[in-house]
Structures are given as C-alpha cells and as structure tokens.
Design a protein around this ligand. Structure first.
Ligand SMILES: [Zn+2]
Length: 302
C-alpha cells in the first residue's frame, strides 16, 4: 500500500499542491446541544434526579411531531420525544453541515442508543435505555438500590445533563465530519479499492476497532468537552477514572479494546494527547493510570 493512498484519510491534515492545512478542531455546536437538551431532556433529568416518576408524554414536543412518521427504527420499545431537521439548527458548524448533507435528528429513548447513520442521513439520540426503563418501573431511588454497588456511580451518571449533552455533541460531530470532510463516506461507507481489495477501517486506518479510529476519537473529544462545561469548577480535581465514570461511553470503548492491549494503550495515549491540545485535560488527569482499572464491568444486571 503506497503512502499517498493513506495520506488523505489518516488525519485531518489536508494537502493541497505543496502545503498541508491543519483541519482538526472542535466544532461549534454548543447552541444546538443546549437547545436539544433543554427541549427534550431537561425535564426528564430533573424528574429522575428528584425521583418524581417518569411522565413520557410531558417530554414530547408536539411542534416536532411532523417528522416522526419517518423514523427508520422499528422497535416497539423505542419512545420518541420529537424529531428535528438539521435546517432548524442554529450553531455555525451545524448550519454549514446542513447545507451540504442535511439530516433528521430523532430524539427520545431507544435500545439502539446514540448513532449517526451516514447512509440514511439521520441521527438517533438516546440516553441509556436500560437505566431509563429501570427507573420507569421502579422509580429512581429503588432502581439505584438494585444496581450492584460498584456500578451505581456510573449508573447514576447516565441520565444527567453532562452525559446526554456529551452524546448529542458526539453525534453532531460525526455528522459534521462527514458533511465537511466525507469522513465516513470515504472510509466506512465506500471502501476504496486498492489492488482489487477493499480498504476498510482496518487496512486504511490501521485500526482493528472502529472505536480507536481518529474519527471516533474526534467525537469522543466533543463528548468530553461537554462534560467539562458542566464540571468546569471541579475539572482539575477529576482523574481519568472520574472522567471514565462520568462519560460512560469511554469505558465502553476501553472495554471493547480490552482484547487488544496495544490498541487500547494507543487509543488512551491518542485521547489524552488530543485532550491536552484542546485544553480539556484536567490537572489530575495527568496522574498515572492503571489501564486495566479503566475496564469496568458493563451495567447490565440488577
Ligand atoms: Zn461515535
């Protein structure tokens, strides 16, 4: 495989004739993250926090009903609060992305969790449906009493402002990456043929696990930036362990990489380096970490 085939896809350094342009940065999505959160999840988070019971109807916004009939997921357990079209978004990078590759954003609680579907042009946003359903049936207090002690802290972080905002920013950044730089279309969607072979994530990016690719890292960084906004005052006290407890997606990534220690270590290094560059690496996150201690168990049993 020649290097020039790898060059355009291995980083956000873009090459034009005789110069490289540094393209990697955090997108400005804040206003839309806040709007989506406030409109659809703020009351849910307050109800969970205060053990008021879950009132699904009260999270729905009828002015965002018109897109719901197009919802491509067909699980009867999915609950939709609303749907937005990206042309309604207001932050600068979302507006740019919507002009190139508009998407519909479905907001609610679904077992399929958070993702950006670059083929069918939609984004699905959902907090942890397992914790949500547990709280629906038992109430907040009893639900958390049923969770194994070592997982309670993480379970309590799932339906919170910082966790949900992290998911929204994560998926918006995937969509903007793809709109402005065709990141997924080039790599995951249409593998490039080289010597008769499809060049996939694995061959092109030299990563076995999608979670360790630079475009997932880019989205993880957007999520961490949201957590920092909410925890600004305590950020320098946070260790990497605290961060992984707060942004549970990170420990899911670590777990998914556990069988490949080399890739896990490289991912963690890449993550910390990028955090440092973006000014979101708290002082205590520079303390030594035992990588194996980041591999918590999944919260699945009660
Ligand atoms: Zn992602």
């Amino acid at each position: 495989m020649k290097n020039e085939y790898l060059q355009p896809y291995t980083s956000f350094f873009e090459r034009s004739e005789d110069e490289y342009i540094f393209m990697e940065n955090l997108y400005n999505v804040q206003r839309d993250v806040n709007i989506i959160y406030n409109r659809f999840y703020k009351k849910l988070v307050d109800d969970v926090k205060n053990d008021r019971g879950i009132d699904i109807e009260s999270y729905r916004d009828s002015s965002f009903n018109h897109l719901l009939h197009q919802y491509p997921l067909q699980s009867s357990s999915d609950i939709l609060f609303g749907g937005l079209h990206s042309s309604d978004l207001v932050s600068p990078d979302c507006k740019k992305a919507s002009k190139i590759k508009p998407v519909t954003i479905y907001v609610g609680v679904s077992s399929s969790s958070n993702f950006y579907d670059f083929g069918d042009n939609f984004i699905n946003i959902s907090p942890n449906s397992y914790i949500f359903n547990l709280i629906v049936s038992l109430g907040t207090k009893v639900a958390f009493e049923r969770i194994p002690l070592k997982a309670v802290k993480r379970a309590k972080n799932e339906i919170t402002e910082f966790r949900i905002k992290a998911s929204i920013a994560h998926e918006l950044s995937h969509w903007i990456d793809n709109s402005l730089h065709s990141v997924m279309d080039n790599i995951a969607g249409n593998p490039i043929k080289y010597s008769g072979k499809d060049l996939s994530n694995k061959l092109l990016l030299r990563k076995h696990n999608v979670n360790a690719t630079y475009y997932e890292l880019q989205a993880q960084i957007h999520g961490i930036a949201q957590i920092k906004k909410v925890y600004r005052a305590q950020w320098d006290k946070f260790t990497l362990y605290d961060l992984f407890n707060a942004y549970t997606a990170l420990h899911e990534v670590a777990r998914s990489l556990a069988s490949d220690p080399e890739e896990l270590n490289q991912w963690l290094k890449d993550l910390v380096k990028r955090m440092s560059r973006e000014g979101i690496l708290g002082k205590n996150m520079k303390l030594p970490v035992n990588v194996n201690k980041l591999l918590y168990e999944k919260i699945t049993r009660i």
